[in-house]
Design a protein around this ligand. Structure first.
Ligand SMILES: *[C@@H]1O[C@H](CO)[C@@H](O)[C@H](O)[C@H]1NC(C)=O
Ligand SMILES: *[C@@H]1O[C@H](CO)[C@@H](O)[C@H](O)[C@H]1NC(C)=O
Ligand SMILES: *[C@@H]1O[C@H](CO)[C@@H](O)[C@H](O)[C@H]1NC(C)=O
Ligand SMILES: *[C@@H]1O[C@H](CO)[C@@H](O)[C@H](O)[C@H]1NC(C)=O
Ligand SMILES: *[C@@H]1O[C@H](CO)[C@@H](O)[C@H](O)[C@H]1NC(C)=O
Length: 235
């Protein structure tokens, strides 16, 4: 448990949480997503990801400058803890940004509006087959499915008519990041260097022995030429 905590600490604590003690109630001002999450507690890993990818700045800017609002599915710390070890460590910075963006819908959705969304929902990570996020409802339950993750909204963290933050207890994994991509039109596979020139009769000729091959070929031409000459001479 302690080791696990330390691991998470090392992985994500790139920026120190330079927070003074919370004094007076927050002054009215632009909505600050990370501040809201900090106040709610239990979102420390997601907050670190938001800051590391600078998505916090993007989101706060969007909240200040557009009227569409934002809906966020915030994975709790236990959601990150239940990921396979090393999952986040295995993806690059751009994929981390996409992972965060995948948890954000660029429209405000109240919980009753989930009943009428059309699937798949477009997230900030984009649309398309590999970024599917489906939201379905049964009674009061709001289910989310990505093709890799099935979960339900487990609570409302914050809602003000412009920003809605819902808690999820699983990290929503997009297919695009966590399923191997189909291979690109294949370049010829690299052939191990060790192959000897002996295999010149093999149809596959490694690049690095082509010099020797042309030597052998020209030798054959020489022999062929000699053959013709002796054939002519024997006439
Ligand atoms: C938002 O709040 C965080 C603390 O949660 C703070 O570090 C950051 O500077 C704030 N951002 C803005 C734009 O006020
Ligand atoms: C919010 O938007 C107003 C006007 O669009 C702008 O003057 C202000 O600097 C913005 N604040 C932040 C924190 O982005
Ligand atoms: C939502 O998930 C619950 C289990 O978490 C399941 O029983 C229910 O059938 C699901 N509803 C839909 C519409 O997928
Ligand atoms: C999402 O919903 C669409 C439309 O109903 C469906 O075609 C697609 O297979 C669903 N994807 C997932 C991951 O559930
Ligand atoms: C998610 O739920 C659907 C329908 O209930 C099921 O077919 C699928 O296998 C589940 N996927 C995962 C990864 O659990």
């Amino acid at each position: 448990m302690v080791a696990k905590f330390l691991l998470f600490f090392l992985l994500y604590c790139t920026t120190a949480l330079a927070q003074g003690p919370a004094a007076a109630p927050a002054p009215a001002g632009p909505t600050n997503v990370t501040k809201i999450l900090e106040k709610a507690g239990q979102f420390t890993v997601f907050i670190r990801l938001l800051k590391a990818t600078q998505e916090d700045v993007t989101l706060n800017g969007q909240l200040n400058n557009t009227h569409n609002g934002i809906t966020m599915f915030a994975p709790s710390d236990s959601a990150f803890q239940s990921l396979k070890t090393g999952t986040l460590n295995s993806i690059n910075d751009q994929e981390k940004a996409e992972l965060v963006q995948f948890h954000v819908i660029p429209t405000y959705l109240s919980s009753s509006q989930f009943q009428t969304v059309s699937n798949p929902v477009t997230t900030q990570a984009g649309s398309g087959d590999r970024f599917q996020l489906n939201v379905t409802t049964t009674g009061n339950a709001v289910n989310i499915s990505t093709g890799l993750t099935n979960t339900s909204v487990s609570g409302t963290v914050y809602t003000d008519g412009q920003l809605a933050i819902y808690q999820v207890d699983k990290v929503l994994l997009p297919i695009d990041i966590f399923t191997p991509k189909p291979p690109p039109p294949a370049p010829a596979p690299e052939i191990p260097k060790k192959k000897k020139a002996k295999s010149a009769e093999s149809p596959i000729v490694p690049k690095d022995i082509s010099g020797e091959v042309s030597f052998i070929v020209s030798n054959n031409v020489v022999f062929f030429g000699v053959g013709i000459v002796s054939a002519i001479l024997s006439l």
